[in-house]
Design a protein around this ligand. Structure first.
Ligand code: 3HC
Length: 288
């Protein structure tokens, strides 16, 4: 089946990046969020990102406008009904995702593929909430989605080879490199990235070094584009904590325990760039 229409659920940082990327590559996109206001904010981020790409000469002003014109905002799940692919990018809450997938399964056509952008939750369990587990898959994009070339593709226990092949082809059609991994906690990306970030938080917690010093070591010493603490602020400290907890619960291994300082920042509402404060202070103007 030729997929031309995609619904993206969730107009946050990841969802709006995913919607933008599909729209830039000629797909009709429905960008859904629970309220018109959230969806409109997502569209604002997409507009800003397209302007940035156009100003850099990466795309023309016409391409930028055409991408915007392909995106329709929605606050009702019924609008997903005729999409060949749905990509869910809602918050990292397993029960919420299972409820959403149950609802999507009821509303979408029988051939539709239901993908989740979860960063670490089990695809197999999300799939089991539907009557089409063979058509449920993980499509894990990296932030910022329009820039990062990777999509981690995760087949659940019952995902079919056809679904895997279709989703790999779709990833290629939007200019990404698909890497297939198995459905275990954190997949590959966050199983390796998050313990590194958590260890960087421990280095601050234990007074080994200040955040700036930790980040400089990793930037200048390891050629990382961002230090781990700046990256944690960029991803969101609540997301980092949730992923550490998924790793700890999924493997039952204390080596994945979250640093108490990470937990305390989340308790304080210091979630990183999106709240203006994390390991660094971003001021009001940086808030997403
Ligand atoms: N939209 C469009 N373009 C963007 C963009 C956005 N949101 N953000 C950055 N860009 C573009 C810039 O326009 C620029 O384009 P150019 O190469 O043509 O000049 C390019 O990306 C680089 O941006 P900047 O010059 O502004 O800044 P940097 O050189 O510092 O790059 C960065 C920014 C791409 C974010 C870089 O710092 C980076 O790669 N950081 C690491 C990102 C990373 O590790 N992401 C993965 C996070 S983990 C994840 O997402 C998984 C999840 O489950 C937790």
């Amino acid at each position: 089946m030729q997929i031309r229409k995609v619904t993206v659920l969730g107009a946050g940082q990841m969802g709006s990046g995913i919607a933008q990327t599909f729209a830039q590559h000629g797909f009709e996109v429905v960008l859904y969020d629970i309220g018109q206001e959230q969806a409109a904010r997502g569209l604002g981020h997409i507009r800003a990102s397209l302007v940035r790409l156009a100003n850099k000469g990466r795309i023309s002003a016409e391409q930028s406008q055409a991408a915007l014109d392909r995106i329709t905002l929605s606050a009702t799940l019924a609008d997903a009904a005729d999409s060949g692919l749905v990509v869910e990018a809602a918050p990292e809450n397993l029960e919420m995702k299972k409820t959403l997938f149950r609802e999507l399964d009821r509303r979408c056509g029988p051939d539709a593929i239901l993908a989740t952008n979860t960063s670490s939750l089990p695809i197999t369990e999300i799939a089991a909430a539907t009557a089409r587990p063979e058509k449920v898959i993980g499509m894990h994009f990296m932030n910022p989605v329009p820039v990062m070339p990777l999509v981690e593709i995760i087949g659940g226990l019952r995902t079919s080879d056809d679904t895997l092949a279709s989703v790999k082809a779709l990833a290629q059609a939007i200019g990404k490199t698909a890497v297939e991994v198995r459905d275990y906690p954190g997949f590959v990306s966050n199983r390796i990235l998050m313990p590194m970030i958590n260890e960087a938080v421990y280095a601050v917690y234990e007074g080994v070094a200040l955040p700036e010093a930790v980040d400089l070591v990793m930037k200048l010493g390891m050629n990382h584009p961002m230090g781990p603490l700046a990256l944690a602020d960029f991803i969101g400290l609540d997301t980092c904590l949730a992923i550490m907890e998924t790793l700890r619960d999924g493997f039952g291994d204390s080596k994945y325990r979250a640093c108490p300082l990470l937990r305390q920042y989340v308790q304080a509402g210091w979630l990183g760039r999106k709240t203006g404060r994390g390991f660094y202070d971003y001021g009001d103007e940086q808030r997403g």
